[in-house]
Structure formats: C-alpha cells, structure tokens
Design a protein around this ligand. Sequence first.
Ligand code: KDG
Length: 327
Amino acid sequence: MLDIISLGEPLVEFCATRVGRLKDVFLFKRGWGGDTSNVLVTAARLGRTTGYITRVGDDEFGKCFLEMWRREGVDVSHVIIEKNGFTGVYFILLTEEGKHEFIYYRKNSAASHLSPSDIDPNYIKQSKIFHSSGISQAISESCREAVFKAAEIAKKAGVLFSYDPNVRLKLWPINVARNIINYTLELADIVMPSLEDAKLFTGLSSPSEIADIILKSGPSIVVIKLGSQGCLVATKREKTLVPSFPVDKVVDTTGAGDAFTGAFLAALLEGQNPKEAARFANAVAALKTLGRGAVASLPTRKRVEKFLSHFKSRNSFRQSLHDRRRA
Ligand code: KDG
C-alpha cells in the first residue's frame, strides 16, 4: 500500500539563471517540474511512500524522469513510456525578485494522452490519498476523464481525494476551468488552492469567504495558500491563519505551492492535525523558495526539522527575555 498516488504531467524544467526576458537569457538550469510530480517528490523526501500515474515519451527526458523518480523513491510501476511520444518542457523566466512566468512546450505530449484506460483501480484503492490537479484536467479531455475516473474510484474505496485547482489560463479558458473545478470540488476531501487561483474560480476575494464556499461544496479540509502570508486552514469547525516562516532571500517561488501540498499531505498521514500540518508545510514551502526550480531545493525531513528547531529556540529565547522583563 502506498501513502500518496498522483496523476498528471511531469515537465522538464529550464529555469533562467537571471532575471530577464527569454531573448536576453542565455543560461538555463535544467531541473524537474510538473505540479503533481513535485507533490510526490516532496512527500517522498519527507519519508512517505508515493507512486505516479503518468505517461512520458520514449525520449531522453522520459528516461531522465524515470531515473529521478526512482532515485527519489517514487513508485514508477504505473508510468507508461509512450512509443514515439515526447515529454513536455517548460521554461521559467524570472521576471523580478522571486516572481516568474512559465513558457510551455507540452501540446500533444505523452502525458496529455493519459486516458481512463490508463487507470488501474487496484493501484488507487490501495493508497491512502489520491492527489490530482486542475493542470491534469486542463492538458486534455482524455486526461480530465482519467482524473475523474481515478477520483471516483478513490471516493468509492474510501481513499482521500486531495485536489489543487492550480489554474493555468494558458491551458484552458476561465469559463471551462471554473465549471470543471467547481464540479471537482464536490468530489474532493482536501482542497488546497492558492488565493490567486481561488479568486479566479470563485469570483470572491476574501480567503475566509472562499474557504466557506469551498467547504460548502463538500471537502472537509480547505487550505488557502497565501504565499508569503502563510495559509488559511479551514475545517467545518474552525478557521486559522497559519503564518509563514521568514527566509533570508527568496530566489524562486516555482513549486512552493506544490511543496506545501506534498508536505501538508505527508504531515496529515503522520497524524498531525490540519493546523500542525499547515505549519510544517509552511516550513517546507519556505525552504523550497531558497533555490531555483521546483525540485532541486525541496528539503529533506532532517533539513525541515533543523529549520523548525531554529525557530523554536528563537521563540523560546524571546519568551524567556519577555518573562525576565516582566519579572
Ligand atoms: O507549481 C509549479 C508547476 O506549475 C510547474 O512545475 C509546472 O506543472 C507545471 C505547470 O504546468 O505549470
């Protein structure tokens, strides 16, 4: 039995090594991306067992991905290598401090050919969480159907369905995105959108109102990711703003939301409550922003624990100063 299974598209990543327009950047750092792959690699680095349902091309990049997942401990038994297919690619342009823009080369990629017939019900039934995203639903109709099939299998088998709407308007128009996302929310148990995305599919702007409206459609846990502000964790009983951790210098926020998602799911599986899981996930997301690309700077558990203990000792030092002043 695996802890987390996901379905979606991996993308080979070329991250600009300096701020600037595509025509002015000559050096790119090769890495690994694709929101659902990022979630699995995060959770695997934190010690959870994970598996991927996807398709890669029978090209060099497909082989590299398989090597990377094996190295990270992600199960690849349900990764299909598509004959004459190609693995998608994206470029990350750094537009200003910590901000980015994505340029995709993915239309008709191997992963976009995923379809319901690629879903092995037993693989999903034997996991604890099935995770997918709006990007997986946007890349093609057949992949969208595959997500729905997998989510329905998960629901019937009592496997939690975790969903990140991850809106990419380069992949589908907002009216289609809105309909599909709002329908999917009704199937999901855990929903983790960024505030920016949630504004697009709800038409609302307050994180608290957004959380309420998503909770009404069915999920039991909603986390609105607020970037440098942390996140709002909402259940039917309470809503809590969980602050982020300050870091010295944000280099690249690509994949920080996926790092959050992978860490949040990993922490829930370890028995942490949603607020504790959100604090842990905020730490993982903060550490991810220290490096370029979606995967290279994902922390190991040891690194996260060291980071958290640093904050704990800083806070207890502050508390003792405060107590001494009051005494
Ligand atoms: O969240 C980061 C991802 O968006 C990135 O790795 C690429 O999956 C990607 C996409 O389609 O934008």
